[in-house]
Design a protein around this ligand. Sequence first.
Ligand SMILES: NC(=O)c1ccc[n+]([C@@H]2O[C@H](COP(=O)([O-])OP(=O)(O)OC[C@H]3O[C@@H](n4cnc5c(N)ncnc54)[C@H](O)[C@@H]3O)[C@@H](O)[C@H]2O)c1
Length: 367
Amino acid sequence: MRKVKIGIIGCGNISGIYLQNLTHVFANTEVFAVSDFSEERMQQAADTYGVPNQWTAEQVLNSPEIEIIVNLTTPDQHFRICKLALEHGKHVYVEKPLSLLPEQGHELVELAREKGLLLGGAPDTFLGAGLQTCRKLIDDGYIGQPIAATAFMLCHGHENWHPNPGFYYQAGGGPMFDMGPYYLTALVSLLGPAETVAGMTSKSFEQRTITSQPLFGEKIDVEVPTHIAGTLKFKSGAIATMITSFDVWSSTLPPIEIYGTQGTLLVPDPNNFGGPISLRPAGATEFKEIPVVHQYGENSRGIGVSDMADCVLSGGTPRANGELTNHVLEMMHAFHESSDSGNYVQLKTTCEQPRPLNTGLIKGYLS
Ligand SMILES: NC(=O)c1ccc[n+]([C@@H]2O[C@H](COP(=O)([O-])OP(=O)(O)OC[C@H]3O[C@@H](n4cnc5c(N)ncnc54)[C@H](O)[C@@H]3O)[C@@H](O)[C@H]2O)c1
């Protein structure tokens, strides 16, 4: 199999696992160049993973060899780099979120379509063993027809561990934009696209105090809602209740549960690739843990890029595609918009429910 040459722009925190998996795990990818403003981070990435070229973003964009650009920059750069990549005739895969604004997401989807290029983005955790096994259980009828779901991500923010947590409380931050992509993408993978969103938001703390180093003791002014509660109606008719919060000290709520006409499925944390999964069919007296039956239970970030590389080689649409990430971006904004207006928001975007992966895959391959 030919390897598709990848150029990675952004060699920060998350880049290590992409570099590891795209150089050592997936059979169809080769990291040909890395780029970062920081010479040191770029050098370290190249040395650790044996990447032959350390280039400026411009050199990556202009390289005739590179076919896919993987954009691992900070969210404020996502739109600009993705647009440049498409304008330079490259397929592009971007970390979450697709862009800051829905109109930017829409512009990227349209540009990719016009140019006949592939656009995709994180999260790709829904392609992991845990969420794929859940998908198979639903598709195989183990809980009957899904009628409802819950999705909860409650914590007290990131200022107790993140070295520079200010951005979580500024425009583009907040718990929905930070963690919502994992939960919403998992729900779309399990239930299909959504059509209506109702939301209420609040900001419980005007200021946060950093307790991590090196900024210990500094105050952050909170500019965005930090508790977002809402309801989503899916095209299938299923209704999901969702809370994302940075205002809650502790909670016992599970990450995701799916309720079907014939039983209940407990879905693992959608920020991870593995289990545990539990199922309780109608009439059963207890939940039983279900073993994961798919490949990719460990941190497999980059699986969405490998899927895109398969499509470059053989045609087709990647599972973690632009329509899906754009639909998720619109949903995240819709919770806030609904809260501001006091109205339900009818979503303008939609997407296909992504195709499931098969069981029995050999590690490194997706088919
Ligand atoms: N850190 C995590 O645990 C994590 C987890 C999941 C997703 N993400 C997502 O991954 C993305 C990156 O996060 P991170 O934590 O790695 O951020 P980071 O700040 O550690 O790294 C971003 C890197 O991109 C570089 N960069 C920015 N603009 C650039 C440009 N135009 N050209 C070249 N280099 C550029 C910066 O110099 C920096 O090294 C974000 O979208 C984030 O939401 C991060």
